[in-house]
Design a protein around this ligand. Structure first.
Ligand code: NAD
Length: 277
């Protein structure tokens, strides 16, 4: 495949660019994932909360692509009203597996830390059991801040393979990226395109895109890739699905990267992980 891989801290390899399916129905996800697989994507990012694991799984099965060539991520929606026990986590994991029609997941993530509930250590110990059983090749977290990661590292056995966090040029998260790197945790960017809102109209990005004969979305994805970040852009539009993976035949230079780095304004689009329940 044209997409390079990153080796995680447990030796598992993840494609550096994958396909996100948030805000798609089952039917939309089935169509979009089929298109993505035809365009060469092999990594798919879903979640129990997206309610499209079934549609995603149908497209994976229909593709005929051997399971070992696919990389499937899903997430535990731990913002339900319950207090998590290990048994409840196991049941939720099994439910995701069966909706996806798979017998293992490549990467299983805790969706949010929800620190006010103080249950992510319990959840993580259940994730460790799932990983040891071979049913999740890698386990990781999403939206974890340094304080949450430090507790996991200090009080449990397995260091998360991945921390999936919001990152785009105007919300660069350089401190958290450095913390992840120091601890051997790969950084994966959600909403890499800034959810297609204002970011892609930025004149600095537009100027760089014009100079390379590329689109703003492609320039933004190159910025992530050249910083060593895993990206999972989303689209339901076939031409954009193709455009977003067509980023491996050009490079940003040092001036481009510096101009994009200078766009960081702390412009968070999603919830703050310290307060989101
Ligand atoms: P994104 O940054 O990938 O933006 C997607 C939107 O950008 C599209 O809906 C479309 O409007 C626009 N777009 C896409 N391609 C384009 C192109 N080539 N040109 C112009 N516009 C384009 O946003 P996202 O969906 O929020 O994030 C990507 C994925 O990250 C999600 O699908 C999901 O898998 C994951 N995610 C995870 C979390 C988490 O809490 N872990 C939160 C949000 C998203």
């Amino acid at each position: 495949s044209k997409v390079p891989s990153i080796t995680l801290n447990n030796g598992v390899r993840i494609p550096q660019l994958g396909f996100g399916v948030w805000q798609m129905s089952d039917a939309e996800a089935a169509d979009a994932v089929a298109t993505a697989l035809r365009e060469g994507y092999r990594s798919i990012d879903t979640a129990a909360m997206y309610r499209n694991e079934e549609g995603t799984g149908k497209a994976l099965a229909a593709s005929g692509i051997p399971r070992e060539e696919l990389f499937v991520t899903t997430k535990l929606w731990n913002s339900a009203s319950q207090t998590w026990t290990r048994e409840a986590v196991q049941r939720e994991f099994d439910a995701s597996l069966s909706r996806l029609g798979l017998d293992y997941i490549d990467l299983y993530l805790i969706h949010w830390p929800r620190p006010m509930r103080d249950d992510y250590l319990t959840i993580w110990r259940a994730f460790e059991e799932i990983h040891r059983s071979g049913r999740a090749k890698a386990i990781g977290v999403s939206n974890f801040q340094p304080a949450h990661l430090r507790r996991l590292i200090d009080e449990t056995e397995i260091v998360p393979a991945v921390n999936q966090i919001e990152i785009h040029p105007d919300f660069a998260q350089t401190g958290l990226r450095a913390f992840n790197a120091e601890h051997g945790i790969a950084t994966e960017a959600w909403s890499p395109l800034g959810q297609g809102k204002g970011l892609l109209d930025d004149p600095v990005i537009g100027r760089i895109a014009a100079r390379h004969g590329r689109t703003p979305a492609q320039v933004v994805l190159r910025w992530h890739l050249q910083h060593g970040i895993i990206v999972i852009p989303k689209s339901v539009t076939p031409s954009r699905i193709a455009e977003n993976i067509d980023v491996f035949d050009f490079e940003l230079d040092g001036d481009d990267l510096a101009a994009l780095d200078a766009l960081d304004k702390g412009n968070r689009l999603g919830p703050d992980p310290d307060t989101f329940d």
